[in-house]
Write a protein that binds this ligand. Structure first.
Ligand SMILES: [Zn+2]
Ligand SMILES: [Zn+2]
Length: 182
């Protein structure tokens, strides 16, 4: 997701260029591909990057614990600041802004870090594989999205939570044992 902006840095303020970007970004320790369109505009201080990048990441559903692919559309808008003067090669001091994005000494504007930061912010805290995910049966642990289980519907009494969890853990162990013997 690197763009050489040496020509644009030499151009006048307000000049715009459009790019299609495509690359691999590491998010939560897995590499995902991302692509999209970005519009770069020369500003008085650097280059403003604005665009929408798309990627798909694998998440675990917070209700049924299954893995699913989640599409992210990231609307990025960040100003990138050059670290060296395009004409003289002199080092430019960066603006007094925390964690601002930079253009390196080879005039490369790299969208990867911005993309990663936006993606991490966009990942839902409690991901759901679908809005109406039915979750797991609290009694037998079956994934109710696949099929209803045979457990009787019961009124949930929170005083029995501890015991129910024990039963759930036990039924899982039994299920695993059964799998193991096959
Ligand atoms: Zn789910
Ligand atoms: Zn059940």
């Amino acid at each position: 997701m690197q763009i050489n902006v040496s020509q644009q840095l030499k151009s006048s303020i307000g000049q715009v260029r459009n790019y299609e970007v495509d690359g691999v970004v590491s998010i939560n320790e897995s590499n995902v591909t991302a692509q999209g369109k970005v519009r770069l505009m020369r500003t008085d201080r650097g280059i403003l990057a604005k665009g929408t990048l798309h990627t798909e990441i694998e998440l675990t559903c917070s209700r049924c614990l299954s893995l699913f692919n989640h599409h992210l559309a990231l609307n990025i808008e960040e100003e990138f600041f050059p670290t060296t003067d395009i004409n003289t090669g002199a080092v430019i001091s960066l603006p007094d802004e925390p964690d601002c994005f930079t253009i390196d000494e080879h005039n490369i504007l790299d969208l990867t870090d911005a993309m990663r930061q936006y993606a991490l912010m966009a990942i839902p805290i409690k991901p759901l594989c679908q809005q109406d995910c039915a979750g797991l049966c609290p009694t037998c642990g079956a994934n109710l999205n696949q099929a209803p289980c045979d457990c009787p519907a019961e009124a949930v009494d929170s005083r029995w939570d501890g015991l129910r969890n024990l039963v759930l853990a036990d039924s899982k162990t039994t299920a695993n044992k059964k799998k193991g013997t096959k």
